[in-house]
Design a binder for this molecule. Structure first.
Ligand code: DHB
Ligand code: FE
Length: 266
């Protein structure tokens, strides 16, 4: 729809594309290679794969947009939990779970069993938030999300948890591992052209929402993971680094991961 904003974005994009072509004296062949890259990304994309997003991500565009958005919404003093990019592997309708449940299904016995827990609070008042929904997802120990892997059960390592009055949450998951973003398409070609690797550091994704509060899309990163300094899609932020600790006395987990989330009001 031709709103003023759409007109502004479209004409600005045209201006920058023309500048790009002039600055580089773009040839017909080069321009056509770009067109083919776009077409290939379209052909590769479906419910399970969003190649256009992957291309944006290796170009740093999603993390830049996240940074711009977060700057615009963050408060100068004490800050709410930092945001991070959504990435291409979120799925809607992850199974609703009860506190203390596990999100591991069908791969029991694999990976480092982890008990994750914490509180969701209002960052200004410090008060716990009741009814906050944590939507969580991460990769299996083989480095694949369930929708990328025919050997995994549907919705493995995904879940939605709702906090009670005390704002607390806890569930069982696995310690995530570093893994490559899919690099057999246009995103991979861009990485190759720049001599870059496709690896992401180990991370767990969250979308956290609660009535009256700004929802956050974020990821937490294992401080000890390889590629923390060198994420292929530029998503790591210091405040999102977390520490897995040994856990005793729980026959369902060998590690614990404490982390509190702080939300801002509108
Ligand atoms: C991207 C993000 C992810 O969280 C992931 O697991 C893979 C790829 C991305 O931004 O492209
Ligand atoms: Fe991810």
């Amino acid at each position: 729809k031709a709103t003023p904003r759409v007109r502004q974005l479209t004409s600005s994009l045209i201006r920058h594309l023309h500048d790009f072509a002039r600055e580089n004296e773009l040839t017909v062949d080069e321009w056509m290679s770009g067109v083919e890259l776009l077409n290939e990304a379209g052909r590769m994309s479906d419910d399970r794969r969003n190649e256009g997003q992957l291309v944006c991500d290796v170009l740093g565009l999603e993390s830049l947009v996240d940074e711009i958005t977060y700057k615009l919404t963050s408060d100068a003093t004490d800050e709410p939990t930092a945001t991070a990019i959504l990435g291409p592997f979120w799925r809607k309708d992850a199974p609703q779970k009860n506190m203390g449940d596990t999100i591991v299904s069908g791969i029991e016995g694999k990976g480092d069993r982890t008990w994750m827990h914490g509180t969701v609070t209002d960052f200004k008042t410090g008060k716990p938030i009741e009814g906050a929904v944590l939507d969580v997802w991460h990769t299996a120990p083989n480095g694949l999300y369930e929708q990328q892997d025919p050997d995994q059960e549907d919705m493995n390592l995904r879940g939605r948890f709702t906090t009670g009055k005390d704002g607390k949450y806890n569930f069982y998951c696995l310690r995530p591992v570093p893994y490559p973003i899919p690099f057999d398409g246009p995103a991979g070609k861009i990485l190759q052209a720049l001599d870059r690797h496709p690896m992401r550091p180990a991370h767990i994704h969250f979308i956290i929402s609660a009535a009256g509060h700004k929802p956050i899309v974020t990821q937490i990163f294992d401080r000890k993971s390889k590629y923390i300094e060198d994420d292929a899609v530029f998503a790591v932020k210091d405040s999102l680094l977390v520490d897995f600790k040994p856990l005793q006395g729980d026959d369902k987990a060998d590690l614990e991961l404490p982390y509190d989330f702080k939300l801002a009001t509108f």
